[in-house]
Design a binder for this molecule. Structure first.
Ligand code: GAR
Length: 187
């Protein structure tokens, strides 16, 4: 049984899908949800599913407090599912190829600092892109630059608002993220 830890900052719809996917699994188990946002909906989701949660602030992320908490768990996989802060180098270096992130675009396009959530979808609409998609990738010391594990495209020619693009991207994320995680913990 592999231990999975999720980091999330907001509504946590991806986290919820992953928690439910592994609820009765014999392969993996979501053992904790970490969030930098005390008011994040993802904390209610964790609570409703009896998954312990850890809330921390920016200082605790960079001063080793979060690193210590993670080391108590020694997870097999750390999943960033809508986590909006830069992940700290100490954890990255200690868990090589064990940290993955989902990005709501086709990296390397629309990645990097400031490119998260609705900012990404707004930029894509402004540039009249015909398609966008999702990228699941390893996390390294540089924003959105780790090796790509999985990508999937979606046509957005019928979308006229960033919200419509976000909706299509979320659907793709919900469809694929748990399956990719399951493959990874079994490989
Ligand atoms: C997701 O679309 C995810 O790809 C994105 O935030 C959203 C979180 O949704 N992540 C990033 O932009 C990271 N750079 P959720 O809280 O409903 O899972």
């Amino acid at each position: 049984m592999k231990n999975i830890v999720i980091f999330a900052s907001g509504s946590g719809s991806n986290a919820e899908k992953i928690i439910l996917h592994f609820k009765d699994s014999s392969q993996g188990n979501v053992v904790a949800v970490f969030s930098n946002n005390l008011h994040a909906k993802v904390l209610d989701i964790a609570n409703n599913n009896n998954v312990p949660s850890v809330v921390f602030n920016k200082t605790e992320l960079s001063d080793g407090t979060v690193f210590n908490e993670i080391n108590k768990i020694k997870p097999d996989l750390i999943v960033l599912a809508g986590f909006l802060l830069k992940f700290p180098d100490d954890i990255i270096l200690h868990y090589p190829n064990k940290i993955i992130n989902i990005h709501p675009a086709l990296l390397p396009k629309y990645g990097g600092k400031g490119m998260y959530g609705m900012n990404v979808h707004r930029a894509i609409l402004e540039n009249n892109e015909k398609e966008t998609g999702i990228s699941i990738h390893y996390v390294n010391e540089h924003y959105d630059e780790g090796g790509i594990i999985f990508q999937q495209l979606v046509n957005i020619e019928d979308c006229t608002t960033p919200e419509e693009i976000a909706e299509k991207v979320h659907q793709l994320e919900h469809q694929h993220f748990s399956a990719v995680i399951e493959k990874l913990i079994n490989s």
